[in-house]
Design a protein around this ligand. Structure first.
Ligand code: OAD
Length: 262
């Protein structure tokens, strides 16, 4: 819906347009991606220089086959990522989103992120489409496990680390994230599609829109006539269905949006 033949509106005009869509909306659905956590120091996936998939091979680390081949390599890498999350804090983007809900509307956050920064910022309704770094389970029997409160000390990129054994069946624990080739958690997906069906406005924040089925949600909203606001410093696959594009960092755009809402 963004017309490439029209001049790009200023950030101020786009913020005004986004605020007008949000003012009075009782139900807001939010799809967040790695970009919203970038300002907390968590690497994204597809940045050309610092993105995880530019530095590591997804096929070696993010598939069930990779874990079967080399569980210590995979477990160590995810423990490094968990450490980075434990050492980081929610940024002004996460905090502004929680403040938006505190103003009254129902804000359903559908996130592709496996960190817990939305929750730590105070967002109440958060659905993790790609699982969580903080909820390991047994690779064999599926039983859920927890982590102690300690922050693991991992070198950059992680080190080989044998996964702990399940206290029920002795199988290796695996990270609680969704790997390539796996189904999304049913509950989270259902919550996401229901949020889209019932929302009045959708906001997408910090996602490249390349990984399906999550990437299909803004199109689903737009197809039902719901206005989509996109927050991303660069153009994305979601430009086609965005009514308003805020070409800015989440930590800049979301607080500015809140300010306009008064
Ligand atoms: P990507 O790394 O693909 O995209 C991150 C997006 O965030 C890019 O479009 C950036 O322009 C944008 N961005 C960067 N900094 C930002 C900032 N400060 N504010 C707002 N936006 C910013 O990450 P995702 O779209 O989340 O899946 O990736 C989707 C999935 O691909 C991930 O959940 C992961 C990955 O493979 C699995 O691991 C299953």
């Amino acid at each position: 819906m963004i017309d490439p033949c029209q001049p790009v509106p200023s950030l101020g005009d786009s913020l005004d347009a986004a605020a007008a869509l949000l003012r009075g909306a009782g139900r807001i659905a939010v799809l967040s991606g790695a970009g919203i956590s970038a300002e907390s120091g968590i690497p994204t996936f597809r940045d050309a220089l610092t993105g995880l998939w530019a530095r590591f091979d997804a096929g070696d680390l993010a598939t069930p086959e990779a874990f079967e081949r080399d569980p210590a390599l995979v477990w160590g890498w995810y423990e490094w990522r968990r450490m980075k999350v434990l050492q980081s804090q929610p940024n002004p983007g996460h905090l502004a989103l929680a403040r938006l809900a505190a103003r009254g509307p129902q804000v359903t956050v559908i996130t592709q992120n496996v960190d817990d920064l939305h929750e730590r910022a105070g967002s109440r309704e958060v659905h993790h489409l790609h699982g969580s770094l903080h909820a390991p389970r047994c690779f064999e029997c599926g039983r859920s496990h927890g982590f102690g409160p300690q922050i693991p000390d991992e070198p950059e990129g992680g080190r080989r680390l044998a996964p702990p054994a399940c206290d029920h069946c002795g199988g290796p624990l695996r990270p609680g994230v969704v790997w390539f080739g796996e189904m999304l958690p049913e509950d989270a997906w259902r919550a996401a599609t229901e949020a889209i069906a019932h929302c009045e406005v959708m906001i997408t924040i910090g996602t490249s829109g390349l990984v399906f089925p999550a990437a299909g949600l803004p199109g689903l909203a737009a197809g039902r006539g719901k206005p989509v606001i996109q927050i991303n410093p660069t153009a994305t696959e979601h430009d086609d269905c965005a009514r308003v594009a805020l070409r800015a960092r989440a930590g800049e755009a979301l607080p500015a949006l809140l300010e306009r809402l008064g």
